[in-house]
Ligand binder design. Sequence first.
Ligand code: SF4
Ligand code: F3S
Length: 106
Amino acid sequence: PFVVTENCIKCKYTDCVEVCPVDCFHEGPNFLVIDPDECIDCTLCEPECPINAIYPADDVPAGQELFVQLNAELSKAWPVITTRKDPLPDAKEWEGKPGKLDLLER
Ligand code: SF4
Ligand code: F3S
């Protein structure tokens, strides 16, 4: 499956959700995740993210391996999102910032 990684935290642009044919994105307060049990590896969402937060599970950026498990876990707790919405208000400022995992809200 594909996974959402750290750069999505505190940005949440949501362009990704519109293209998913199987509705596997789930929304938390400041992050989105993909349900690995639903994702069919169609690859459509990957280029939609304006800040490149989406990767194949077997090719996540170094140090972000824990996001594979995090997507699996949080997708069971959070509701599905299928319609794009406005990004978080400070999204621009948080793009590409390191250490955002500590700011993940559940
Ligand atoms: Fe959905 Fe396809 Fe992205 Fe998987 S790869 S999350 S099926 S859009
Ligand atoms: Fe996050 Fe990118 Fe989607 S910022 S909400 S993965 S478009």
